[in-house]
Ligand binder design. Sequence first.
Ligand SMILES: Nc1ncnc2c1ncn2[C@@H]1O[C@H](COP(=O)(O)OP(=O)(O)O)[C@@H](O)[C@H]1O
Ligand SMILES: [Mg+2]
Length: 548
Amino acid sequence: MAHIRILKPDVQGKIAAGEVITRPASVAKELLENALDAQAKRIEVDIADGGKQKCLVNDDGIGMTKEDALLSIERYSTSKIRSIDDIDNITTYGFRGEALASIAQVSHFELETADGTHGARIFVRAGHVERVVDSQRPRGTRVKVSNLFFNLPARLKFLRSAQWERRLIAEMVRNYAFVNPSVHMSLRETGRRVVEFMSMKSIKERLQAALSRTVIESLAEINVDVGLVKIFGYVSRPDFQEKHRLHYVYINSRPVRYPRIYRAILSAYQEPKNPPAFLFNIMVAPDRIDVNIHPTKNEVKLRDEQYIVDLLAQSIKKAAFSLATTTGYERVVSATQSVARAGSPQFVQDHLVVSEPSQTPHSVLERDTDEFWQLHDAYILAQTRSGLIIVDQHVAHERIIYESIMKGTAGSQRLLFPITLDLSPEEYRTYKKTKSLLKELGVAFKEFSQRTVVIDSLPTDVHVGREEIANLFKDLDELGSVRKEKGEVAKVIACHTAIRAGQKLSVVEMRDLIDRLFACDNPYTCPHGRPVVLKFSLEELAARFGRT
Ligand SMILES: Nc1ncnc2c1ncn2[C@@H]1O[C@H](COP(=O)(O)OP(=O)(O)O)[C@@H](O)[C@H]1O
Ligand SMILES: [Mg+2]
């Protein structure tokens, strides 16, 4: 790991800092996170009196030198980020550099650490370093926090019974243990074992070791990979009724509280009688989440929340309901129907990689104004040198897409969020027959089991609205034998991916569309032969108004 540094004041100001230490469980959590960040393989938590009297965490991670150890207890000292931009790329649990400083302020604090060569033992009381000595310990770190809040009696009063505080710590350890299966973790209270998790190869093995057989047998695995989002986890069958404590959501292995996700889970089960069991790890690129919204770091914001929530609900339905037996038939049917709905491409439009508007010199001939008006979100009005044109936005875009596909200038863009389609048997047959031609035209797929296909690339610059692409294969099917002709397939693609009527366009978008339309070989008719542009000359207008 990099050396520890104090964050610059401007970075300090931007992180969601604040008091994070409220009780023994928050001490234990911060220390456990640090041990995991230090790549420990074995972590021991040892408490006394529910953690109020003592909370000690010992790890075999990378440890620190004496110099780093002294820095680590300063406020805003961290080895995990340098600049505010790094916050978009957090892969560690910590990043604010506040935990050790805050804990050391409110306790008798002892840190013993070594990086394999050098080591130190530091004694701190209420934030003041009292003694520093060398240490010979093996590589790793031990932090012992005693008499928490000894200098904050008001805070002390808010703590609950030892039993209660211990339960919170045990629950916290369990939460981190499930998502870090290879790390050996134990919690002891004055020598007595409270919980222990042996090192395992997978989350599955860890759950098998920790949960009852009835719970394990009710679980279905979820393993979804749609490129930029992966979801891995387990959910219970809808008819599962046992008592359990399996309700874990992780984002990039970070335990999170995410009410919107909980609601989505419950609604996937359609108002369950008993709380479903679940454990998910949602994995996204680190820059797709904001972890800097709450000091405890257990609240994060997914930047593609709607998409991921829908994907999750859809995956749960698939996994949980496909396990249901006997009485399950109707459920399976209704689930697949709702899956199909959830899988419709309603998000695509928001998630297409935006391409640069193209520059076309021809357009200057046709228009000399930057003023455009949209009529009923369907037609574009523009002034031209000789009068006025009205353009039907949908067919105009169809023409643009059609020509660029046919000329092979469209290229293909990867979708930021691929679109899942659950095809009917007929649609699937059509898919099989047309997929290579579609690929040639810039529409690429990944195949999954049971007639599920995922569109992961489309021609550049298309605009996919809500329902359109869902019917792509139905329309291709209707083409019958001409389905083999490139031009016919290109027309269908153009029709399904062009801007619809009803879509609001900005002036920039209108200008771009008009420019590209007039760069086409035939801007005046759509691929199906409908008119794209109506022209009204000034003479014609004058005549209509009786001016001549
Ligand atoms: N158990 C540990 N093993 C190795 N290094 C540690 C450990 N705990 C803390 N550190 C170091 O001390 C720094 C400060 O820790 P902390 O105050 O928790 O802030 P943060 O985790 O946000 O960086 C960390 O960035 C890390 O470099
Ligand atoms: Mg930390």
